[in-house]
Design a protein around this ligand. Structure first.
Ligand code: NAP
Length: 248
């Protein structure tokens, strides 16, 4: 197993809107990037589009599959010999998770909880020893639905609050091994796939309420790099909303 001198950032869900912005930012700052996604064409497109900036490789795994986290981390470690930061940007939203409560589907909630909260937990478990080697960082993307109450968000809010609870408690213990852990919480992100799904009317309404303006993925990516770098060496267990002033 070759061990590279450059720091390695694993981005789960890296082929998505926020993940690919983080990849671009990390490559520009000298990191190697392991970019994960579910769909081969999307991962290939992201890797091809960013490879002019530095070393980036694609990895495939469906997080609904057993052992996906273990296999992904093992493949990345095999390729580079080190993992310095793991960022989870996967978005899992089966039909029936958002919407007015009576319209949601109780039968999908258990599996959804397992795959959203459980995926981050399994990613943390699989990467723990690699992150401990160099003082690494784990960041889980969550959502303001896990912090601030709102209609139509009961199930997604419960899952995101679960991930936040895991990250904060994990952070205290993992600090003893030199690992930092955070949650980053977007709300509405301009230009993202989620913004397209929400539609222009809902995005415009949110934009009117966000005094600083809604963030783009490029407004979020620098925060990730800051938290993974030495300047944030004494910060852990934080939940940071990037929402342009929509919630505080
Ligand atoms: N964008 C927003 O407005 C917003 C707001 C609040 C919170 N967030 C959170 O921020 C994070 C990043 O959001 P985003 O806008 O970048 O999401 P996105 O563009 O939809 O990207 C999601 C990523 O997750 C991957 N993914 C989805 N299902 C998967 C599965 N079963 N197995 C493996 N990978 C899977 C996607 O790959 P494929 O495309 O191949 O499926 C893609 O790489 C998510 O956790 C999201 O919930 C975003």
């Amino acid at each position: 197993m070759p061990v590279t001198d450059q720091k390695v950032l694993l981005i789960a869900g890296g082929s998505g809107s926020i993940g690919s912005a983080i990849a671009r930012h990390a490559l520009s700052h000298g990191w190697k990037v392991a970019l994960h996604g579910r769909t081969a064409e999307k991962v290939d497109a992201a890797v091809t589009g960013l490879s002019y900036l530095g070393e980036i490789d694609g990895f495939l795994a469906d997080i609904w599959e057993d052992d996906a986290a273990e296999m992904l981390v093992a493949e990345v470690a095999e390729q580079y010999g080190r993992i310095d930061a793991v960022i989870d940007c996967t978005a899992t939203g089966p039909v029936g998770i958002t919407g007015l409560f009576p319209e949601t589907s109780p039968e999908v909630f258990g599996d959804f909880l397992n795959v959203s909260v459980g995926w981050v937990e399994r990613l943390a478990y699989a990467s723990h020893d690699f992150l401990a080697q160099q003082g690494g960082t784990l960041i889980a993307f969550v959502s303001d639905a896990g912090i601030y109450a709102a209609p139509r968000q009961a199930l997604i809010g419960a899952a995101r609050a679960g991930t936040i609870g895991f990250i904060r408690n994990f952070a205290v213990e993992a600090a003893l091994d030199g690992i930092r852990a955070h949650a980053i919480s977007p709300s509405y992100v301009e230009g993202s796939a989620s913004a397209q799904r929400m539609g222009s009317e809902r995005m415009a309404s949110a934009a009117r309420r966000a005094g600083l303006g809604l963030p783009t993925a490029d407004d979020i990516a620098p925060l990730v790099l800051f938290l993974c770098n030495d300047g944030a060496a004494k910060i852990t267990g934080q939940v940071i909303s990037v929402n342009g002033g929509l919630n505080a």
